[in-house]
Design a protein around this ligand. Structure first.
Ligand code: BF8
Ligand code: SF4
Length: 635
C-alpha cells in the first residue's frame, strides 16, 4: 500500500508501524482531504476581504466576478503573488537573522559564533565594494553585515538591492531595472505585494504578476546574502562523504534530529553535542549523541559538516516513528504541526526554539544569539532525559541508508575544476559543454508534495537527464531525495551517466584524487543555497559573454509545494531559466496568468515555467529546451 505514497524504502517500512499504532501520517491526512476544493486548486477562490469568500465558476456558467468585481485573472494573480511575498519574507527573514548575528559578531557580542571562513568574508566585502585592506576581521564583519542589512532598509527606490544587482550579469540587472522589477529594499518589496493586493488595489493581472516578479527578486536577494554570510560564519561547504536516510539513526546513541532551516541554532547544537558527548555516555548511550538532519537545516549541516540526513520534507514524521529519536529540534519553516501529536505517542521531545514557531505538544527552549550555548546545552539535557524513557520494544529503525558525497558549493565546484586548469578553472567545463560531452545543466530544487509519489520524479528525472549527459545540481528536499536514493555516489555516475558526462565527471574526480568520478548529482546545499547554482551560471555566462537565458541551463522542481518554492521558481524564471514544475500550480483558473507564466514572460526574461507531471515527458521537454539553447549558441 505504501508504494502509492513514496518510493522511499524506509518510509515503506515504517508506514505499517504507524498504521498498527493508529498514528496518522501526512498521507492519511492527504486522503482525508479528498476531494480537495477545485476552486482552491485553480486559484479562483478569493478570501482577501470579508465580503467574501468569493469564487469564480471555471466553466463560465456561474459567477464570473467576486463581489467587488475582481475577475478570475485578478484573483489568481493576487493569490499567486501573495505566496511569493510569503516565500520572500521567509527566506529574507532567515537572511536577516544571519546578518544581525554577524553584526553582533562584528561588535564582539555573540561569543557562540566566529568567522570561520575569513577568505570568504573578504570576497564578500570585495563584491560589496568594501575595502578590506588594513581592517580587522571584526571591523570587516560588521561592515559586511551593515551593508547587507541596507538591502532591508534602503528608502531610495532608485538604488537597487546590492545583493541582487552585484550577483547577476549586468545585462540581467539592466533588464530587471528596465521592467521595474528590481527591488531596492527586500522588506519594501514584500510590503508592496501585500498592499497592492489589498481589496481594491491592483486589478491588472499582468501588472500584479510583475509585482510578483519584483517580490521574487527580493527573495533571491535575501537568499543570496543568507547563503554567503552563512558561509563566512560557518564555513564554505567542501566535498565530504556522509549518509542519508533513516538508517543513520543509531540504536546505541542518543539521537537528535535538527529540522527546519536556519543554521544559527543547529551549528551550535552540533558543536555542543561534540563537546558534551560524555553526557550521553554517562546516561548509558555508548554511541554518544548522534545528530541527524531533516529538511534544510539537515542540508545545511550536511554540506558543511557531513552530518547525516535522516530524511526530507514529506517523511519528517518518520524519524519519530523509529522509536529511537530522543529529540527533534526545530527552528523555522516546513515543520509539520503534526509532529507535536506524534512526538507525544513516543518518548521523543519535540523542541521548538523560535518565538515565531511554537507547536502544541512541543517544549519550547527559546534560542537567541546571546544565549546560544546555554540553549544548546538545555536541548541536549532534554534529549538525555528522553533517552531514559525510550522503550526498546518500540525501536524500529529501518536499515536503509545510502552513501552520499555532498558539499558542492560554487567554490568547491571551481576548486575541483581548478585541478584540471589552475589558471582558468571554468575553461574545462566550457570546453566540455561546447564539445557536447556535457549537453547542459539542470538544477533540481524544491520540495516534496503529497500530490505526487514522494521522491519518484526527482530520481527519474535525474537518471533520465544524466543519461542525456546533463550535469546535475541539487538543493533542498530535492537534494535530500537524490541523496536518499543513492544518486550522490560515484557508483551512480558509473551506472547512470551518459558516456560524455561520465568521462567529464571521471576526469574531474581523478584529478582530485577521488580514484573515480564525481557523484552523479552535486549537492549544493539547502533551499536557500539555490543561489550557489546561480553564481556558477553567472560565471559561465560572463565567460561566454552572454546572458543567463542563452545558457543550456534549466531548473526543475518536480514536487514544488511551498510558497518559498513559488518565489524561487519565479526568480529562476526572472533570471531567464526555463523552469519545470512537476506539480500543477494553483493558477489554471486564469488563462491570462497561465499564459503569462508559461509563454509570454519568455519575451521579457527569456525564462518561463514548464508544467509537466510525468517525469518521462519532463525529461524529454527539458532536454529539448537544452537542445534549443545549444542551437542558439551554435553548439
Ligand atoms: O526550504 S525544499 S519542503 S524544507 S520549501 Fe521546505 Fe521545500 Fe523542503 Fe527547505 Ni525548500
Ligand atoms: Fe470577494 Fe473581492 Fe473580497 Fe476577494 S476582494 S473576497 S473577490 S469581494
Amino acid at each position: 500500500m505504501s508504494l502509492r505514497f513514496s518510493i522511499d524504502e524506509a518510509v515503506q517500512k515504517l508506514l505499517p508501524v504507524a498504521e498498527k499504532d493508529k498514528i496518522q501520517t501526512v498521507w492519511d491526512r492527504h486522503k482525508d482531504q479528498q476531494p480537495q476544493c477545485g476552486f482552491g486548486k485553480m486559484g479562483i477562490c478569493c478570501r482577501i476581504c470579508w465580503k467574501g469568500p468569493c469564487r469564480v465558476d471555471p466553466f463560465g456558467k456561474g459567477a464570473q466576478r467576486g463581489i467587488c468585481g475582481a475577475d478570475a485573472h485578478t484573483i489568481v494573480a493576487r493569490n499567486l503573488i501573495r505566496g511569493i511575498a510569503a516565500g520572500a519574507a521567509s527566506h529574507s527573514d532567515h537572511g536577516r537573522h544571519i546578518a544581525l548575528t554577524m553584526r553582533e559578531v562584528g561588535k564582539g557580542n555573540a561569543s557562540a559564533y566566529t568567522i570561520k571562513d575569513e577568505e570568504k568574508l573578504k570576497r564578500i566585502a570585495q563584491r560589496l565594494g568594501i575595502d578590506w585592506e588594513g581592517k580587522s576581521i571584526r571591523e570587516l564583519t560588521k561592515e559586511v553585515a551593515d551593508a547587507s542589512l541596507e538591502d532591508y532598509s534602503r528608502q531610495d527606490s532608485k538604488i537597487p538591492c546590492r545583493w541582487a544587482e552585484l550577483t547577476m550579469t549586468q545585462e540581467r540587472a539592466a533588464k530587471l531595472k528596465q521592467w521595474d522589477v528590481m527591488p531596492h529594499n527586500i522588506d519594501a518589496a514584500v510590503a508592496e505585494i501585500m498592499s497592492r493586493t489589498h481589496v481594491g488595489c491592483d486589478a491588472d493581472p499582468v501588472n500584479i504578476l510583475l509585482g510578483g516578479v519584483k517580490g521574487a527578486v527580493a527573495d533571491y536577494t535575501g537568499m543570496y546574502l543568507s547563503t554567503e554570510l552563512s558561509d563566512a560564519l560557518f564555513g564554505t561547504p567542501a566535498p565530504t562523504v556522509t549518509e542519508a536516510n533513516l538508517g543513520v539513526i543509531k540504536e546505541d546513541a542518543i539521537n537528535i534530529a535538527v529540522h527546519g532551516h536556519n543554521p544559527l541554532l543547529s551549528e551550535v547544537v552540533c558543536d555542543a553535542a561534540a563537546m558534551l558527548n560524555d553526557l550521553a555516555k554517562q546516561a548509558g548511550a555508548p554511541g554518544g549523541f548522534n545528530i541527524v538532519g531533516v529538511c534544510c537545516t539537515g542540508n545545511e549541516v550536511m554540506v558543511r559538516h557531513g552530518v547525516p540526513l535522516a530524511t526530507n520534507y514529506l517523511s519528517q514524521e518518520m524519524p519519530i516513528l523509529t522509536g529511537a529519536l530522543e529529540a527533534m529540534v526545530v527552528d523555522v519553516q516546513c515543520i509539520m504541526p503534526s509532529l507535536g501529536a506524534i512526538a507525544q505517542c513516543f518518548h521523543t521531545q519535540l523542541i521548538t526554539t523560535m518565538s515565531t514557531t511554537k507547536i502544541p505538544g512541543a517544549t519550547h527552549v527559546q534560542f537567541d544569539k546571546e544565549n546560544a550555548v546555554e540553549s544548546a546545552r538545555k536541548i541536549l539535557e532534554l534529549a538525555v532525559d528522553a533517552y531514559q524513557r525510550r522503550d526498546p520494544k518500540r525501536v524500529n529503525i529501518p536499515q536503509v541508508k545510502e552513501k552520499a558525497i555532498v558539499g558542492f558549493s560554487a567554490e568547491a565546484v571551481i576548486g575541483a575544476l581548478s585541478q584540471l586548469d589552475a589558471h582558468d578553472p571554468l575553461q574545462p567545463l566550457l570546453d566540455n559543454i561546447v564539445n557536447g560531452n556535457i549537453q547542459g545543466i539542470c538544477l533540481f530544487a524544491g520540495c516534496n508534495s503529497t500530490n505526487t509519489l514522494q521522491d519518484r520524479s526527482f530520481v527519474e528525472l535525474a537518471k533520465g537527464l544524466a543519461a542525456h549527459n546533463v550535469l546535475l545540481l541539487a538543493t533542498g528536499c530535492g537534494a535530500g531525495a537524490l541523496a536518499k536514493h543513492g544518486l550522490m555516489t560515484q557508483e551512480a555516475t558509473l551506472a547512470y551517466a551518459g558516456d560524455g558526462l561520465k568521462a567529464v565527471l571521471t576526469a574531474i574526480g581523478q584529478a582530485n584524487g577521488l580514484n573515480g568520478p564525481l557523484p552523479l548529482v552535486l549537492h549544493m546545499g539547502s533551499c536557500v543555497d539555490n543561489t550557489r547554482a546561480v553564481s556558477v551560471a553567472v560565471a559561465i555566462a560572463q565567460k561566454l559573454g552572454v546572458d543567463l537565458d542563452r545558457l543550456p541551463l534549466v531548473a526543475s522542481a518536480p514536487e514544488a509545494m511551498s510558497e518559498k518554492a513559488v518565489a524561487i521558481g519565479t526568480w529562476a524564471v526572472a533570471l531567464g531559466l526555463p523552469t519545470h514544475l512537476g506539480t500543477v500550480p494553483q493558477v489554471l483558473g486564469s488563462q491570462v496568468v497561465t499564459e503569462v507564466l508559461t509563454e509570454k514572460i519568455k519575451d521579457i526574461t527569456g525564462g518561463y515555467f514548464i508544467v509537466e507531471t510525468d517525469p518521462e515527458e519532463a525529461v524529454k521537454k527539458l532536454f529539448a529546451v537544452i537542445q534549443e539553447k545549444r542551437a542558439g549558441l551554435n553548439l
